[in-house]
Every structure is written in C-alpha cells, then in structure tokens.
Design a protein around this ligand. Structure first.
Ligand code: SF4
Length: 335
C-alpha cells in the first residue's frame, strides 16, 4: 500500500469533499505524475484537440487519481472541468444491472462518479479494470464526460450537487410509487464516499428509500453491522457490502466471520461456496440489501460477481480466476 493509500482512509472521514479533493490533489501528485506520464494515460480518443496535445508535467499536474483513461481528471482540476463541460443536469442513472432489479420489485438508480477519484482504498488492480470505465457503455467518451462533470461538481460546489441529488431522489421516489416498486439508490456506483458521515441527513430525509453500496473501507462495514444490532447509529435504510480486492484478504475474512457480505469477482463462473461461505449470485439483480434474506445461516456470505469487460483478463488477484484454489479463505489462511 502506498503512502497515499495509507493516508487517505484516515483523512477521508475527517474532511469535507472539497478539502478531500485538495488533499488528494497535493498528496497524490507524485503518484499521479507517474501514472499520467505512462502511455496508459494517452487521450487519443479525446475529441478535444487541446487535450490531445497537452502533455502533463509534475509542475502543472492538477489531477485527481483515476483509472479511467478517458477522464479529464488526468489533466484538469474540478473547476477547469466544469468550465469545459458545464455542470450536469441529472446525477442518477440506470443500467442493465439495475433494470434486472425490477424482477424483484425494486426500482434502482446509481450515481456514477469518475472511478478512483473518491475511492480511498482503490488498488492498482481495481483501478485498471473498474466496471465504471471498462465495460459496456461506460467506455464511451460521452459517459466519461458525464462522470467527470458530476465528480467535478461534487468537489467544487457541494451545495449545488446535493440540490440536484435531492431532485433525482424525489423523482426516483415518484417513479417507484407510480410503478408500485421499492425505490433504491446506490450512491457509490464508482466511488467510496462515507455518505453516512458526510451527508447523514439524506437518510432521514429519504427514509422511504433503500440506500445500498459496496465499500472497501472495513470500518464502514463494521459500523453497518453494529447498526444492525442496534449498537451504532448507522442509518437503518443503508446497506453495505464489503468489496474484496487483491490487497484486503485478511480484512475480507475477518468481516465474513463477523457476518458481512463480501463481494468477490470470479471468472469464468461462480462457485456454490467459496471457502466455507455460501455464494449469492449477485448478477441476478442489483438490490444488495435483499442478499441477507437469501442466506439462512445469517452469517457471512460471498456476493459473487462474474468479471466483465477487461476484468476477465485480470491477473492482479482482484478477479479470482477459478482455475486456482481459493487461497485466503482456506482455514487459517487469513484473519
Ligand atoms: S474502489 Fe471500486 S469504484 Fe473505485 S476504482 Fe476500485 S473498483 Fe472502481
């Protein structure tokens, strides 16, 4: 884990988004300088000629960390991005996965920000193959621009961002009511913002909505689990699933033992059990807050996802290639 990755989780819970963005801007500059100088970050598909010819240098680097090769955050700060792209009109989107949730009576929408920018525990592996930029429509420049303008607005003008978000949440509530469904929203579609601490008022304001997210921050999941037992004030309508990566096996194992759901990406197929834990097929729908009901033991369980897009070629350990044995979940291997 790099010094930046060590620093961010602590700072994240203490700072406002604007302060956090500035913090990442300065503390992450050296990391980003290395990444931006790599050919991986070329912007050949960018339509903007000025972007194509601009070469980032450490001295003028004004970017936040992201694995999205098309993101403007490699070259511009949030203010510059808003000047170029303008603010977003809408924040919440649907996807093929959220559409599947209709099958279980849930109308679900997702907030997609630029992957990695607000992900304090992102790893090399997940930044590279994140679904938020590497699969389906997410690979299109138009989608990358939409994510960038939302992210820039959150970093630059939080009040405006939250006004827009409230509008979208009210629309979701109305649409769900009209269709007789449960309204649900995933605010960290491609981020890991602690909404319960930074914007906790939203959960009471929209107490008829189900909020759910994946996170790589163990303390957030622990607070969620404590909340389920009435031992913390974690919002009752917010469900968290821990995300496994190539660097957090011990934490994943520990949280499984504590009763959490842990998302693991497999390729090419899902096992029925992983280690001693049952696997829920999370590709059937996106409503993660229903997973607990599928696990009769009420203990820890694996939220199984199949790799998509370039993630199928991942060899970092972020994706579990099923030709091999599950290493970290073997008895006594971790935690
Ligand atoms: S932490 Fe999640 S959302 Fe962020 S870059 Fe990694 S996989 Fe994508």
């Amino acid at each position: 884990m790099t010094p930046v990755l060590v620093f961010l989780p602590v700072a994240f819970s203490l700072l406002s988004p604007q302060a956090l963005a500035l913090c990442v801007l300065t503390s992450g500059a050296r990391e980003l300088g290395k990444a931006a100088a790599s050919p991986r970050w070329t912007t050949g598909r960018q339509k903007d000629r000025t972007l194509m010819t601009r070469q980032p240098t450490a001295s003028r680097l004004r970017v936040l960390r992201t694995g999205d090769p098309q993101s403007m955050f490699h070259y511009h700060n949030p203010k510059e991005i808003l000047e170029r792209l303008g603010p977003p009109w809408r924040l919440l989107s649907s996807s093929a996965k959220t559409e599947k949730s209709r099958g279980v009576g849930v109308l679900s929408r997702v907030l997609y920000l630029t992957p990695g920018v607000f992900c304090p525990r992102a790893t090399e592996g997940c930044l590279r193959v994140c679904l938020g930029h590497a699969s389906g429509r997410m690979t299109m420049l138009q989608s990358a621009n939409a994510r960038d303008r939302r992210t820039a607005l959150y970093a630059e003008d939080q009040e405006h961002f939250l006004d827009l978000l409230r509008c979208d949440l009210r629309l979701l509530r109305e649409d769900a009511r009209r269709e007789g469904m449960t309204p649900a929203v995933r605010l960290n579609g491609t981020s890991d913002i602690p909404w319960e601490t930074l914007h906790g008022e939203l959960f009471a304001e929209f107490d008829d909505l189900e909020f759910y997210d994946y996170t790589k921050v163990p303390s957030r999941v622990r607070q969620f689990l404590l909340g389920r037992r009435g031992l913390s004030d974690f919002p009752a309508n917010y469900h968290l699933t821990f995300s496994h990566s190539e660097t957090n096996a011990a934490e994943a194992r520990s949280l499984l033992d504590e009763g959490a759901g842990v998302a693991v990406v497999f390729w090419p197929s899902l096992p029925e059990t992983y280690g001693t834990f049952p696997v829920v097929d999370a590709d059937k729908h996106d409503a993660r807050f229903l997973d607990d009901e599928q696990v009769p033991t009420r203990g820890g369980y694996i939220v199984g996802l199949r790799a998509k897009g370039i993630a199928r070629e991942d060899l970092s350990g972020f994706v579990v290639q099923r030709a091999g044995e599950p290493v970290y979940l073997k008895r006594g291997a971790a935690a």
